[in-house]
Ligand binder design. Sequence first.
Ligand code: PMP
Length: 360
Amino acid sequence: MSEKTPRLRGALDGIPSYKPGRSAPAGGSKVYKLSSNENPYPPLPGVLEVMTAGTADANRYPDATCAALFAELANRFEVPVEHLATGTGSVGVAQQLVQCTAEPGDEVIYAWRSFEAYPIITQISGATSVQVPLTADEEHDLDAMADAVTDRTRLVFVCNPNNPTGVAIPRPALERFLDRVPDDVVVVLDEAYREFVRDERVVDGIELYRERPNVVVLRTFSKAYGLAGLRVGFAVAHEPVAAALRKTALPFGVSQVAQDAAVASLRSEDALRERVEALVAERARVSRELIAQGWTVPESQANFVWLRLGGRTLDFTAACERAGVLVRPFAGEGLRVTVGETEANDIFLQTAGAFRKSEY
Ligand code: PMP
């Protein structure tokens, strides 16, 4: 056997691994998964039928051009088909965006803490992450982010609302920030949770994209649309970014079942909207009760809430697990809990109340 080992890119050394939210163990008593910001509702009946029927053609490759999905999206969002790109979840499109813009020596700016894929996909490209801490109010520090732009900056992620804090950026602040970023730097408005936003001060990124050629909007079918398992997300971007995204797309990366289910979901938006409304109402209830228990809860515009527990994070996580709910801890920082089924939210709230009392 040769002594030599395969040569791998040095950029991969020390890449943090993506930690998915824990899944419920098989068997045993009921455990609720509130750790991955999934939708607790199964696919709508009509969508499920489309998916089931589609599996019969699994011996065929999908439509590599995603023509039917692009046509539906173009119509729904009133954007040209040429401004659309899909990928294996919006995280796949986010990775392509970094690949399209940043090389070794280039910089990618984002708030921290934010979506944990950003450091990973940045490092895979060999680029350098510039992490700008959130403010004490868990908000994006957009002034500091604009100040951090250098001539090496190629891309800025703005996660709106932010994962894991749920806090969203009001329109004037975002516009002021965009005015300060040079036109040749791509700004990605990651709107994975857009459909849960109810604060009217928060602008729909697609409006901003229309006037600003360097703005890219990322959306997904994983959250409000409840299709996380199918892996389909998309970007809305002007040329030449959209064309670059199409060049870097993994051929046949989005399965036909995913494309068909996404189209069927877009056509069932009224039924989906009802489910999203129910989750938004649950979000309000969870936040209200936590505040009544004495917790500090940043106002969430997403399908999760954030508790900054610092050194108590893992103890509280363990208490939740003993009670039958899996949450997403960030050790030493805080905990994100997805708004799920009513009974799961009830268990979480009871656990939070008991934990709080045990501390005093
Ligand atoms: N962006 C944000 C902010 C997210 O929280 C997530 C999922 N956790 C994604 C993108 C990626 O979602 P998906 O790849 O399922 O579209």
